[in-house]
Ligand binder design. Structure first.
Ligand code: ADP
Ligand code: MG
Length: 269
């Protein structure tokens, strides 16, 4: 049976799709048969980040409606044959799929693959509920900013209310120099507020944007960048390996008191 993991956040633009692409590619590199489902109906971009956009013919919607078979819609990555993408429909309303249909899609795949990662849309409305429906685990992505952390907190509550107990945290776009100058929350602050296990920390780096624009996930590079290593390490941890965290904040002076008080109340700080 596949591990079915939704990559979610609440807030948009924090790095869900980047995470899905890089973790998926890493897991496939580890030898796992991995399917990525783009559940961001209408705004699909996982195909772009993977550089597979020109190969999209059918999408999840045609599989659901019976217009094509699953195998016709799945796109196999040429660079890494262990990786497959099930694209989302474009120019369609995000309500055109429901939760039972998402569960049906996953049920078609879960006995044939090792990992199924679901790239969740932003927000906590219909698209979110559809994406989390079939998931048995979640990775909550947040940046170290108040708005993103608060949305992540809300999403964790909703995931738990929907019976998803295994929830891991990924902190993205960390800027150690800002943590040092007390202008950004530290990873330990975020971890303490959200109180779920940390699975990855990815630094802010322009090479992530370049890789997004090129459609080449960072973990494909021969000489890995720091964010590339951080994504690969996250995949290893997901696989159950004990990999130490890179200490991006070694020079960080400690917690941001105001933010800690905001979330935790002054008595705990
Ligand atoms: P989401 O799917 O949550 O909306 P994306 O993965 O599409 O977010 O990322 C949004 C933008 O942020 C993209 O342009 C991406 O390149 C950029 N980005 C994501 N992570 C990082 C990072 N660690 N450093 C720099 N840019 C990043
Ligand atoms: Mg996205």
């Amino acid at each position: 049976m596949a591990r079915v993991i939704v990559i979610t956040s609440g807030k948009g633009g924090v790095g869900k799709t980047t995470t899905t692409a890089n973790l998926g590619m890493s897991l496939a590199q580890l030898g796992y048969q991995t399917v990525l489902i783009d559940a961001d109906i209408g705004l699909r971009n996982l195909d772009l980040l993977l550089g597979l956009e020109n190969r999209v013919i059918y999408t999840a919607l045609e599989v659901i409606s019976g217009e094509c078979r699953l195998e016709q819609a799945l796109i196999r990555d040429k660079r890494q044959p262990g990786l497959l993408l099930l694209p989302a429909a474009q120019n369609r309303n995000k309500d055109s799929v429901n939760s039972d249909q998402m569960k049906y899609l996953v049920s078609l795949m879960e006995t044939n693959y090792d990992y199924i990662l679901i790239d969740c849309p932003a927000g906590i409305e219909t698209g979110f509920h559809n994406a989390i429906g079939p998931a048995r685990e979640a990775i909550v992505v947040t940046t170290p900013e108040i708005a993103a952390v608060r949305d992540a907190d809300r999403v964790i509550g909703l995931l738990e209310a929907n019976g998803i107990q295994k929830i891991n945290l990924l902190v993205n776009r960390l800027r150690p120099e800002m943590v040092k100058s007390n202008d950004m929350m530290s990873v330990s602050d975020v971890k303490e507020i959200l109180a779920i296990p940390l699975i990855g920390v990815i630094p802010e780096d322009e090479c992530v944007i370049i890789s997004t624009n090129r459609g080449e996930p960072l973990v494909l590079e021969k000489k890995l960048s720091l964010p590339g290593i951080a994504f690969e390490n996250t995949a290893y941890r997901l696989d159950g390996q004990a990999v130490e965290f890179i200490d991006f904040e070694s020079y960080s002076k400690g917690p941001l008191k105001r933010l800690r008080n905001f979330f935790l109340g002054s008595s705990t700080s």
